[in-house]
Write a protein that binds this ligand. Structure first.
Ligand SMILES: Nc1nc2c(c(=O)[nH]1)N(C=O)[C@@H](CNc1ccc(C(=O)N[C@@H](CCC(=O)O)C(=O)O)cc1)CN2
Ligand SMILES: Nc1nc2c(ncn2[C@@H]2O[C@H](COP(=O)(O)OP(=O)(O)OP(=O)(O)O)[C@@H](O)[C@H]2O)c(=O)[nH]1
Ligand SMILES: [K+]
Ligand SMILES: [Mg+2]
Length: 469
């Protein structure tokens, strides 16, 4: 385990060469203030009080050379993010000033922080529970406002509180049962019915929490959507219309797109990575062949395939060939929501045209009419995608908070263990059969909140953080 006795330092802001107006270097630990006093010169009589900003210069104590004009923010233990003494240098942005300040801090006795180490300290010092700490990383990584909102709810303890409560309930039940193991003669007999009822109650709450996991996953990781089809049906035009920018080259020449062209969108709170691909056909051109191979890969790797066809031509033999090559019929059997038909160039159709006129040969398949050229019908496309991913489920964007995958797996475990306890009660097994599984449930809840967690779990969680967090 990383020693808490070290004073750690890292750049806290994203650094981009020659950009970023301000860059922050953060120090945390017992020596933070001493190191800061050694590097920072504040003119006049500015007091080094907690939660105050000082103005001054950072200089190299060895050479007296000025390194930056900066602000210094002091947050003394325990009133800080880590609950240790924290000092922040607010420097000029870009790479050089912040990197030099980090070097000076290291020379003065600090150690470079590992990824997530500030938040690890906040956890170890009791400021955050484990679900709150995970929410910090989630908030930093969020790609949509909806994802950021559920991360913030997690950070504020929306998950921590009910989980802690559930663990307390299970611990109380455990105490009641174990008392009968130790002092059976002195206590009134257990009310098995009442205990089973309490466990059922816990299970219902766990079920409600588990119901948020799928939507949470959607908001966090988003979807990959591949636009495929034969040349010239308007795939690139669709990407451009959908992302409202001139992302991909459009011409009336079949075989225009050769490489994958990507665009990031947010639909109903869900981050979506859209891939425009080369039109699929048999070709002698080597470059185009490679492009076609990439289209296949993109279709394979996508969560949803948008199969674009030219509505004015209906379903053609070439469309069928691509549909077969990409094995989309099989794909739909495995996941019925993986393919969406997009009948583009609706503007060329008579007003009353519908799905029937396309003469699609396959079993009913979700189909959207639109015109990439006139940019009409994009809203239908978005609705159809949301229908595919949500089905009858909870609308992800409406979630108040959500479990991540680690948390969901542990709660599943809790649910199983509790079912075993209920079985033991039902079958009137001896009391130690009840407590074994109740103990397992309590342990899993403790791993969730961090109240009972191993170093390797902590390592796994915090190593995924970015440096400086
Ligand atoms: N400059 C800066 N901005 C930042 C952070 C930071 O560390 N530095 N944060 C880092 O993630 C976030 C804000 N989170 C923070 C959470 C708690 C405390 C803190 O000092 N808490 C004390 C004191 C509260 C009080 O005075 O009432 C405490 O809870 O005891 C600071 C920042 C986002 N913005
Ligand atoms: N009328 C009409 N024309 C369209 C529409 N969408 C695209 N087009 C035209 O169709 C032609 C081909 O469009 P692209 O977007 O390049 O088609 P693509 O499927 O990306 O073609 P490749 O990259 O070659 O596979 C261009 O001339 C577009 O202007 C539409 O909705 N209506
Ligand atoms: K084209
Ligand atoms: Mg194209």
């Amino acid at each position: 385990m990383l020693p808490l006795s070290d004073t750690i330092v890292a750049i806290a802001t994203a650094i981009v060469p020659q950009q970023g107006s301000i860059g922050i270097v953060r120090l945390s630990g017992a020596k933070a203030v001493a190191i800061a006093r050694c590097l920072f010169v504040a003119p006049g009589k500015q007091p080094w009080d907690s939660h105050r900003i000082l103005y001054g210069h950072i200089r190299d104590p060895m050479t007296q050379e000025q390194v930056d004009e900066a602000l210094l923010l002091l947050m003394l233990a325990p009133r800080s993010y880590t609950r240790e003494d924290v000092v922040e240098f607010h420097c000029h942005g870009g790479m050089i000033p912040v990197q030099r300040v980090v070097q000076l801090c290291v020379a003065a006795g600090a150690r470079l922080a590992e990824p997530g180490e500030f938040t690890l300290r906040a956890f170890l010092n009791g400021r955050l529970d484990l679900t709150q700490a995970e929410s910090v990383a989630e908030l930093v990584a969020a790609q949509s406002t909806a994802a950021a909102r559920i991360a913030l709810a997690g950070l504020e303890g929306k998950l921590a509180r009910p989980l802690k409560q559930l663990r307390q309930t299970c611990l109380a039940l455990l105490a009641e049962i174990e008392a009968r193991l130790d002092f059976a003669d002195d206590l009134p007999p257990l009310d098995a019915g009442a205990i089973a009822e309490q466990i059922h109650h816990v299970q219902r709450q766990v079920e409600q929490l588990l119901a948020t996991a799928e939507g949470g996953q959607l908001l966090r990781t988003g979807l990959k959507v591949a636009i495929v089809g034969r040349p010239n049906v308007g795939k690139s035009s669709l990407l451009n219309a959908w992302s409202r920018c001139d992302r991909a080259i459009v011409t009336d020449l079949p075989g225009t797109t050769r490489d994958i062209v990507e665009s990031q969108l947010v639909v109903g709170g869900i981050p979506i990575q859209v891939l425009d691909t080369a039109g699929i056909r048999v070709t002698e051109n080597v470059v185009e062949q490679l492009g076609v191979e990439r289209s296949r890969q993109a279709a394979l790797s996508a969560d949803i395939v948008l199969f674009v066809l030219d509505a004015s031509q209906g379903w053609t033999a070439a469309d069928q060939e691509i549909y077969d090559q990409l094995k989309l019929a099989e794909r739909r059997q495995q996941s019925p929501n993986a393919v969406l038909m997009v009948a583009n160039k609706e503007d060329l159709l008579p007003a009353a045209a519908n799905c029937h006129d396309l003469h699609l040969p396959m079993a009913p398949i979700p189909t959207v009419f639109l015109s990439a050229l006139t940019q009409t019908g994009i809203n239908h496309l978005e609705t159809a995608i949301l229908d595919l991913v949500h089905g009858h489920n909870l609308h992800a964007a409406n979630l108040e908070f959500a479990l991540n995958q680690r948390q969901a797996a542990l709660l599943q475990h809790v649910q199983h263990s509790l079912t075993h306890v209920l079985q033991a009660i039902d079958e009137q097994l001896p009391l130690d059969f009840w407590t074994i599984d109740l103990h397992a449930a309590v342990r899993a809840l403790g791993t969730l909140t961090g109240e009972d967690v191993t170093e390797s779990v902590l390592e796994q969680i915090f190593s995924r953080f970015c440096i400086g967090k």
